[in-house]
Design a binder for this molecule. Structure first.
Ligand SMILES: [Mn+2]
Length: 290
């Protein structure tokens, strides 16, 4: 497995100058930096080149995470056309960055507005149709779509691994995969190991975090069970930790961080925690000490 971290651990907005985090991720012992998709379609050729050069120089591979805004909801026929145009620009930049992994609630939008009535059956049907169209576009750029199963408070279409598998099979596309996240699984799955086995060979991307979204190793998530299950299905793709511990900005608002989970800590301490977390994650999931 290759191990990564989501840039938003250090940031308060869904966009940043990612070059500094490429260098930081490499220094802290990661193989991968997951960046946010939001600014990428607007990148100039120079922006792309600068980020790609930094990634190559630091031996870091880039994956992309995206929580689609309502206007990028591929399941909504009214906005689908414009959403597809935006996604195509994203895929193009991803290809130039050498990135083939896009993950998130790509079948819907995030976080869902629950002040309106929900029609899961209708939304599911439209989401399958939207993902089929989007997957064909993505394939042109060598991009895999990883559909993240989220907890009930953030989305209603895919909450469990078993729903993810059913959905992916309905799309019938080779570049569409199930994506799981230990934070969401903690809320929705009866057995975390069984959920991983259910996803099996369809598991395309994996996010880690403690039950309260602290970095792996700081809480009570069953890491040994998770490691055994991932090794059991022969998972050899990417595991990206997605800790959110600081309040503030759009990130704090959307993730609902209403207290500093690690107290008032310096960036040096955040870095040390990430460095410790990736060593811990490699040990628990790969079963080997570096
Ligand atoms: Mn996640």
């Amino acid at each position: 497995m290759k191990h990564g971290i989501y840039y938003a651990y250090w940031e308060k907005e869904w966009s940043a100058d990612y070059v500094q985090y490429v260098e930081k991720a490499a220094r802290l012992g990661f193989d991968i930096l997951e960046i946010g998709g939001t600014p990428l379609p607007d990148y100039t050729g120079d922006d792309v080149k600068r980020l790609k050069t930094a990634a190559d120089a630091n031996g870091i591979r880039l994956t992309v995470g995206y929580g689609p805004s309502a206007e990028h909801n591929i399941g909504n026929q009214e906005v689908r056309g414009k959403a597809l145009e935006w996604y195509k620009k994203l895929f193009d930049v991803m290809e130039q960055l050498g990135s083939s992994t896009l993950g998130g609630a790509l079948y819907s939008y995030w976080p869902v507005d629950y002040s309106r009535p929900i029609d899961k059956e209708e939304d599911w049907k439209n989401a399958v149709e939207g993902i089929q169209i989007m997957a064909e576009e993505a394939a042109e750029y060598g991009v895999n779509l990883n559909l993240e199963c989220l907890n009930r408070f953030e989305n209603h279409i895919l909450n469990t691994a078993s729903e993810g598998v059913k959905f992916v099979r309905e799309t019938g596309k080779a570049n569409v995969w199930v994506m799981l996240d230990t934070f969401h699984m903690n809320i929705e799955e009866t057995s975390i190991a069984e959920a991983i086995r259910t996803a099996g060979s369809l598991l395309g991307h994996f996010h880690t975090g403690e039950c309260n979204r602290m970095a792996p190793g700081k809480g009570r998530t069953p890491w040994r069970e998770i490691g055994e299950a991932l090794r059991g299905i022969g998972y050899d793709k990417d595991v990206v930790m997605e800790p959110f511990v600081n309040m503030g900005g759009q990130v704090g608002q959307d993730i609902k961080v209403w207290r500093p989970l690690c107290g008032e800590i310096t960036e040096e301490q955040l870095d040390q925690d990430a460095k410790d977390a990736v060593r811990f994650q490699r040990y628990m999931l790969d079963g080997v000490m570096d």
